[in-house]
Ligand binder design. Structure first.
Ligand SMILES: NC(=O)c1ccc[n+]([C@@H]2O[C@H](COP(=O)([O-])OP(=O)(O)OC[C@H]3O[C@@H](n4cnc5c(N)ncnc54)[C@H](OP(=O)(O)O)[C@@H]3O)[C@@H](O)[C@H]2O)c1
Length: 307
């Protein structure tokens, strides 16, 4: 029995790197994709080969380019001769810098149109269109394999497509709408594709992480730590919020925790079309357990208003 083959886009960093480590540890051959991080990707690949004895093929592609997602899937299939799990993980957050290199964030109604156009193009071309195309071509290869197996009198094994979406698909932030739009769009792809894969034992789901400690969240938040004079990173801000009770599990997530969920969600043949949060409870409606905080803030504002 050949080893299952797993393709993970954006596996040169953060969550993607943890996912390929999890799948290699479980005995899968890996198509390890990178964009700018060639050295990081090669180092991860070497380590996985040494540790787990699986085959790891590194493949580069800028998935915001129209044909690149198709080429990535085709190259994976041409090399391994099969594809069992495809995980669309590559993504960028909603973030543009000005000429001084400072992060510029606008609220929805204030965003200048040229900024909005550039930001929509940058975020949607990778997070939505690139991911859409990667999944579309993966499903095509998986359907072809299943049909050939049926024709030969066999039963297709369970195969799976998973999007690493985000709780930002629903969690509102008026300075980050293009990112949320890209992830909300992916969720609809899941719903449609699930119907096509189901009859052939192919499941399609989205994993929606909460805040996870990766290079995406180690950038400056714009909020200064008064004790050090340095800016908190985004990860530090959300970790402090979690500690303060914003979510039931009072810390941000680790890439390995998302990777373990990704492995589980791609190995459940009876689960498809699902959009599942792995977020420490971030998206629970958490106002009521924190009522004391809100009560104190309400009092503070009322007093300030009266002063
Ligand atoms: N971290 C979080 O809190 C969090 C929360 C919810 C959802 N997510 C989602 O999780 C996914 C992974 O994020 P991460 O936190 O692990 O971030 P990360 O460490 O910055 O990794 C991003 C990955 O995307 C790849 N990438 C960037 N631009 C690309 C392009 N043009 N074409 C192809 N690949 C490209 C990068 O490749 P190179 O490094 O090789 O360029 C890298 O491997 C993203 O989809 C993100 O939206 C993250």
């Amino acid at each position: 029995m050949p080893r299952p083959v797993c393709l993970v886009s954006g596996s040169s960093s953060g969550i993607g790197a943890a996912i390929v480590a999890e799948f290699a540890a479980q005995g899968c051959d890996i198509a390890l994709h990178y964009n700018s991080g060639r050295e990081r990707a090669e180092a991860i690949a070497d380590q996985l080969r040494r540790q787990h004895g699986v085959e790891v093929r590194t493949i580069d592609a800028d998935l915001s380019q129209t044909e690149a997602p198709f080429a990535l899937v085709d190259r994976t299939f041409a090399h391994f001769g099969r594809l069992d799990v495809a995980i669309s993980n590559s993504g960028v957050s909603n973030l543009l810098r000005d000429e001084q290199g400072k992060v510029v964030r606008y609220r929805f109604h204030e965003t200048p149109i040229d900024h909005l156009d550039r930001e929509l193009e940058r975020v949607l071309s990778l997070n939505l269109v690139g991911a859409y195309r990667l999944a579309q071509r993966s499903l095509k290869h998986m359907l072809d394999q299943a049909q050939a197996e049926l024709k030969a009198g066999g039963t297709p094994p369970h195969r799976s497509i998973l999007f690493i979406s985000s709780i930002s698909d629903l969690a509102p932030d008026s300075t980050r709408i293009p990112y949320g739009v890209s992830k909300a769009g992916l969720n609809h792809v899941v719903l449609g594709a699930a119907f096509e894969g189901g009859p052939y034992n192919i499941t399609v789901n989205a994993l929606r992480p909460g805040v996870v400690d990766t290079p995406i969240t180690t950038r400056p938040s714009g909020i200064t730590n008064e004790e050090t004079g340095e800016q908190y990173t985004v990860a530090e801000i959300y970790d402090l919020m979690a500690l303060g009770g914003s979510q039931p599990i009072q810390r941000i997530g680790r890439p390995e925790e998302i990777a373990a969920a990704a492995y589980a969600f791609t190995h459940l043949p009876y689960m498809t079309g699902q959009l599942i949060a792995v977020d420490g409870g971030f998206t629970l409606v958490s106002g009521f357990p924190n009522r004391d905080l809100f009560f104190q803030e309400g009092l503070r504002r009322r007093r300030a208003g009266r002063a």
